[in-house]
Write a protein that binds this ligand. Sequence first.
Ligand code: GLN
Length: 283
Amino acid sequence: MPEPHTSLQELLHSTAQRLAHRSDTPRLEAALLLGTALNATREQIAAGLVPPLTIGQQQTFESLLQRRMQGEPLAYLRGFQEFYGRPFLVNPSVLIPRPETELLVDAALCMLQPEQLCIDVCTGSGCIAVSLALHCSQAQIAAADISPTALSVARQNALLNQTAQRLCYIQGDLLSPLANSCCRVLVSNPPYIPADEIDALTHEISQYEPRLALNGGADGMRFYRQLARQGKRVLLPGGCMLLEAGAGQAPLIEALLAETGWRLLPTLPDLQGIPRVVRALRP
Ligand code: GLN
């Protein structure tokens, strides 16, 4: 526990040193964890606008720090992650939204038209569905997931971001609850890690993020195969499917979609140049 007389700056400094083995940005993480314990922003902390820590706050902070040092992701400790400029609640029943998924939102927004239904399958935290609802106010958005606990997080995120009335929530196995030809756009960031590669991911991912949201079957392609088949049933003719691909998977997904009769649009690379968003039209 920090000494009671330790100044905030000293506390930040010693915390950053303790986090250095775990994080590439230990100083930032130290400030964010301190902000969580104090219920204060980084800016308030940097400006010294917070009173000295109470004993209770010191204990909370030390316990958060211990959990972080053992590898628990910062987003789960803070309880939220920023995505597409907005806060999203997260807990261990949902994947932590990743920056590369913002490209999927950009690409889907280009395809959406007012009054049309777009479905986000494997919605998890709802980060994609809620971002689409925020930026295309006249589209109808459905958020679907097999996990009721994930869907409840998605609902909370819709409330938090004032889009609850505009979304509908569907619990079920991929597209099976949906009617034929019901939507114009289908977007998904499905689980895509090959099952036996999950344990080789970083400890933070493999030990803390939900397996259900990571496991893409033996070769990581299980959900792409199912979406290639089921997507044709639920999309309207000319409707568009947009899928996030894991690194190295885009050519395999493109081949799968081409073989199953989809009309491919060019795949979009992410900011690192990795082909990331595979797009195809239903003939
Ligand atoms: N759609 C959510 C996201 O992109 C969850 C994805 C998942 O659980 N595979 O973060």
